[in-house]
Design a protein around this ligand. Structure first.
Ligand SMILES: Cc1cc2nc3c(=O)[nH]c(=O)nc-3n(C[C@H](O)[C@H](O)[C@H](O)COP(=O)(O)OP(=O)(O)OC[C@H]3O[C@@H](n4cnc5c(N)ncnc54)[C@H](O)[C@@H]3O)c2cc1C
Length: 381
């Protein structure tokens, strides 16, 4: 049995009974949905060995190939399994600990991520440091065998449910830019950490402000050498465009199908301009899939090509346009909330949340700069 067949039949069998209510819950703009049942599901997946497939076997992974990981994400989306609550642990901090942690750190932090027992959030952005991450001002100093952290992070996704945060902090007083930063692993449940949810235009809160006021973590909880956190921080960003992004096509296809279905129902499908936009969107979805396949080929060969850089820019711009199209095909329906006080339908939520796609994980402007300078070799703008 291929891994694709194996996961397909496992999901058919287990996404039933108590977990059938979890189908389709969660995801961008909908992280508030069914957190408890999704956490229970994460643990069920972990028990059965369906988390962290690409990790080394000694840390509980399956050392699955990139193709198999993508197959897993495709089947997972096809089954409408609930959005993962542990994706920051599995996708970002896990690989960083594997590549940059000590053996002791790997043994401490990887198993609870794999089992869905500890959730993580990413403490990079600050009010004055987003695209320009080297402007980080949160600071930390060693005192009595612990790091003591003071400062503010913002846009910290899922901090309100996280057990740990990986925090970029300035640990060398007076240091500038990317020098003197450290990559600290900080427990969230302590008096020095305050999490304040930010209400988004979707009416929900999936990211937060996080205030550190004398928060503490053990001196050993630093990834890489103190003062050299920048290199580790950049490595984490590199994992953000991994197998899960390559497997996101199925979810996109489902959203696209819903837009077409709505266009048929509202009569928008007879409007020649909207028909053009629907066809264009479909063509671009096919291009995206082919580009994902090309990316897989080049990553498997160990030689990332230019298609890797355009992936984030392309999918996020496409998805934002799909959101606009989703609004357009609804006509007047799209302008009215589904129910009080502010219940959005799926297409309205798609429209509003997809505005964020071109900002997080590297804004479109930053992606274009990267493509211009690193891929095309153009002079710095
Ligand atoms: C939904 C969502 C979830 C997020 N989750 C997290 C999280 O969990 N953890 C975390 O740390 N952060 C998170 N972020 C923050 C995200 O990483 C930042 O929003 C992003 O890095 C942009 O930073 P900024 O918002 O400060 O905008 P700025 O960097 O101030 O940018 C403002 C505008 O200027 C443009 N710009 C900036 N610099 C340049 C340049 N050199 N050339 C051309 N244009 C430029 C940008 O593209 C943008 O359009 C999240 C953001 C969103 C929207």
């Amino acid at each position: 049995m291929t891994l694709r067949e194996e996961i397909r039949s496992w999901l058919a069998e287990h996404l039933s009974g108590e977990f059938s209510a979890a189908r389709g819950l969660g995801g961008p703009g909908r992280e508030h949905e069914g957190h408890d049942i999704r956490l229970a599901w994460e643990r069920r997946l972990g028990e059965a060995g369906w988390t962290c497939l690409g990790w080394p076997k000694e840390y509980g992974g399956r050392e699955a190939t990139l193709e198999d990981q993508v197959a897993f994400h495709e089947e997972y989306a096809r089954a409408a399994a609930p959005a993962r609550v542990g994706h920051i642990g599995e996708g970002l901090i896990g690989p960083t600990v594997i590549d940059h942690g000590t053996e002791e750190q790997r043994r401490r932090f990887l198993p609870p991520i794999r089992r869905g027992e500890e959730l993580w959030c990413q403490g990079y952005s600050e009010p004055g440091a987003g695209s320009d991450l080297a402007g980080v001002q949160t600071r930390a100093r060693l005192q009595d065998g612990e790091w003591v952290i003071t400062g503010q992070k913002v846009w910290t996704s899922l901090a309100h449910v996280a057990d740990w945060c990986f925090v970029i902090a300035r640990t060398e007083p007076g240091s500038q830019r990317h020098r003197g930063l450290s990559y600290l692993l900080v427990p969230m449940d302590q008096p020095g950490v305050e999490v304040r949810p930010i209400v988004q235009m979707t009416g929900t809160s999936e990211f937060n402000e996080v205030f550190f006021d004398g928060a503490r973590t053990a001196a050993a909880n630093v990834l890489g050498a103190p003062g050299e956190g920048w290199r580790v921080a950049m490595a984490t960003l590199g994992y953000e465009r991994g197998a899960s992004t390559l497997g996101q096509q199925i979810g996109f296809q489902r959203e696209y199908a819903k837009v077409v279905e709505t266009a048929r129902r509202t009569g928008a499908a007879r409007d020649p301009v909207l028909r053009d936009r629907l066809v264009q969107s479909w063509l671009e979805l096919q291009i995206m899939r082919l580009n994902a396949l090309r990316t897989m080929t080049s990553l498997s060969a160990g030689e990332p090509g230019p298609e890797v850089s355009i992936g984030k820019l392309y999918w996020s711009e496409w998805h934002r346009r799909l959101g606009e199209l989703a609004q357009a095909v609804q006509g007047r329906e799209g302008l009215v909330a589904d129910g009080p006080p502010y219940e959005l339908n799926d297409l309205q939520r798609l429209y509003l949340f997809s505005r964020a796609d071109t900002i997080y994980a590297g804004s479109s402007e930053i992606q274009r700069n990267i493509i211009a300078e690193r891929t095309l070799g153009l002079p710095k703008g």
